[in-house]
Each structure stands twice: as structure tokens, then as C-alpha cells.
Write a protein that binds this ligand. Structure first.
Ligand code: F6P
Length: 319
């Protein structure tokens, strides 16, 4: 019999986490299950930083970005002693099960905790869209919308000044934010973990676009693939464009979630509670063909990365 559940957000925050917290809280309370908000991810879990939640604890949170619970990264949580301290804290607080929201590191923590006897359900909360087994993660749509708004603005000014804007986007080894924004913004060049980086090929393509009469160009670059500042300098030095670098940075993680993210987070949050009530643990919630389902976390984290070839082929056709 499930009496009390905890909820936490861990890793990088993402817009829509609050909608998920709200959905978990309200659907659990409706079923007569108590809810405890755990502050600052696994760190708060280990330190016993807990607060009893009521329905009004999550009022007015749907439209807010970030996470009302706070978040943290705690790599030490994979150490047995640290995790067991957390398990003890949960027992003392009478918490039977957990919902955790975050990326793959958060998932691994939830799987390990389930193996220690605390049923956990994980929700994909990350702007990177780098969780396999789900068509979308909570926050991806909002971050993409932010990037598209920014790049559209850069295009206006780069058009007026014969510039080439080199824009770095986040993604943590996943090119989805780059390829989706590249297609949405009509970028000329993409540099992602999937494409790799060939500086000479990029410069050659820009010279070719110039010859074709292009007045400006947008290059979207996934973080950690190349140095956007030196690429922009090189563009200024060896092409007719003036290169400018823009690193969008954490602005991509903030802001009010889009309706798509709000609905996704609400559906996933409610599903997490249903699963815990059924006695399921060690699962993560996914959306597949607009249906909310779940799968074992261990299966999810070992899935190979799905191909984005169709997206890259489309991008090439549209330049
Ligand atoms: O996972 C989300 C993310 O924003 C990644 O895109 C990025 O690589 C990382 O987190 C940045 O982390 P931090 O907020 O710790 O700088």
C-alpha cells in the first residue's frame, strides 16, 4: 500500500519540470497519497531536505520555467555509502517511493535506488532530447523555441551587414537542438556531433554561397564540437563574410514552457503516479506516437542512439 511519495528534480533544469511536479503532486493527492518535495535533487535526498506538499504548494507553477524544487548534480550518489544514507533518510521520513525528473544521470540514480528497495519512476526532464525510447523530453520544445527566436533575430541583423552568424547551441553530445533549429531557421551550415567538424569544408561552402550571391549566412554549431569564436574569426579572415560568434548558453534553459511541454509534462507526471500505484519501480516514462508508456530504465539507458539521417538529408535539400 503506497502512502507517501517523494519527488525531486536533478541535473540541468528544463522548462516544464514544474508542470511535471504539479501533475505528480495533484494526481497523488487525489488518490489519497501524501507527497513530499525533495529540494536540490539527490543532494537534498541524502541531506533530508524535505517538505510536505499540499495542492497549493504547486499553485501558480505551470507557467514558470526552472524548477521550484531546485536542482543539483551529485556524482557521488553512485557511491554505495552515499546512496544508503539517502535510503535511510527516505525510511525515516516514511517515503515509500519516488518520482525523479532529469536526464540520464538522474535515471541511473533512480535505477540504483529501486534496486535498494525504493521504487522509483523517472521522467525525462532535459532540453537536450538525448533520452532514447521517448519521442520527446520535457523542455526540448521550449529550448528549441527560444533558439529559433534568437536565431531569427540574428538573421535580421546579419542580413543587413553581410555577416555570417555562427551560433552555438546546447545539446550535451546530442545534435537535436542544432538540427531542429537549423531546419526551423533555414540555416546554411550545421556542425554537430553527427556531422563532425571539417573547418576547410565549412569555409569552402561559405565561399560557394557567396559566389551564388548569398548576402548572409547562419551556421548552427552544437556545443563542444568546435570553437565558435575562432571559426568566426577565420570566416572574417578568409571569406567575404564578416563572421560573428554568439553563444546562446543558459538562456536556452530558461523561460516559460511552451504548451507542448506543459501538456507532455502533465501527462508524464500523472503516468508516474499510476505506475507507482501499480507497484512498478525502475521504469521511465516515455511518449511514443503520442501515447504515454514506460520501459525499464536499464533498457532505456542501453538503447543505441536513434538515427537522425532523415533530418540531415532534409537539411541538405533545403540549403
Ligand atoms: O543537460 C542540459 C545542459 O544544459 C546541456 O545542454 C549542457 O551541456 C549542460 O546542461 C550545461 O550544464 P551546466 O548548467 O552545469 O553548465
Amino acid at each position: 500500500m503506497l502512502r507517501k511519495i517523494g519527488i525531486l528534480t536533478s541535473g540541468g533544469d528544463s522548462p516544464g519540470m514544474n508542470a511535471a511536479i504539479r501533475a505528480v503532486t495533484r494526481s497523488a493527492l487525489t488518490k489519497g497519497i501524501e507527497v513530499v518535495g525533495i529540494r536540490d535533487g539527490y543532494r537534498g535526498l541524502v541531506e533530508g531536505n524535505y517538505e510536505n506538499f499540499t495542492s497549493s504548494s504547486v499553485s501558480e507553477t505551470m507557467s514558470r520555467g526552472g524548477t521550484i524544487l531546485g536542482s543539483a548534480r551529485l556524482p557521488e550518489f553512485s557511491e554505495e555509502a552515499v546512496m544508503m544514507k539517502g535510503v535511510e533518510q527516505l525510511k525515516t521520513a516514511g517515503i515509500d517511493a519516488l518520482v525523479v525528473i532529469g536526464g540520464d544521470g538522474t535515471y541511473r540514480g533512480a535505477d540504483a535506488l529501486t534496486k535498494k528497495g525504493v521504487n522509483c519512476i523517472a521522467l525525462p526532464g532535459t532540453i537536450d532530447n538525448d533520452i532514447e525510447g521517448t519521442d520527446a523530453t520535457i523542455g526540448f520544445d521550449t529550448a528549441l523555441t527560444t533558439i529559433v527566436e534568437c536565431v531569427d533575430k540574428l538573421r535580421d541583423t546579419s542580413n543587413s551587414h553581410h555577416r555570417c552568424s555562427v551560433v552555438e547551441v546546447m545539446g550535451n553530445r546530442c545534435g537535436d537542438l542544432a538540427i531542429y533549429s537549423g531546419i526551423s531557421c533555414g540555416a546554411e551550415i550545421l556542425i554537430t556531433p553527427e556531422t563532425g567538424y571539417d573547418e576547410e569544408a565549412v569555409l569552402e561552402k561559405l565561399r560557394y554561397l557567396e559566389k551564388k550571391g548569398k548576402n548572409h549566412a547562419i551556421v548552427i554549431v552544437s556545443e563542444n564540437v568546435c570553437d565558435v569564436k575562432s571559426l568566426a574569426q577565420k570566416i572574417t579572415n578568409v571569406t567575404g563574410f564578416s563572421g560573428t560568434a554568439t553563444i546562446l548558453g543558459h538562456i536556452q534553459r530558461g523561460g516559460s514552457p511552451t504548451p507542448v511541454d506543459r501538456v507532455l509534462a502533465s501527462r508524464m507526471g500523472a503516468k508516474a503516479v499510476d505506475l507507482l500505484v501499480e507497484g512498478v519501480g525502475g521504469h521511465c516514462v516515455c511518449i511514443k506516437n503520442n501515447t504515454i508508456t514506460s520501459m525499464p530504465i536499464s533498457e532505456c539507458v542501453s538503447l543505441p542512439r536513434s538515427s537522425r539521417k532523415e533530418f540531415y538529408r532534409l537539411f541538405d535539400k533545403l540549403v
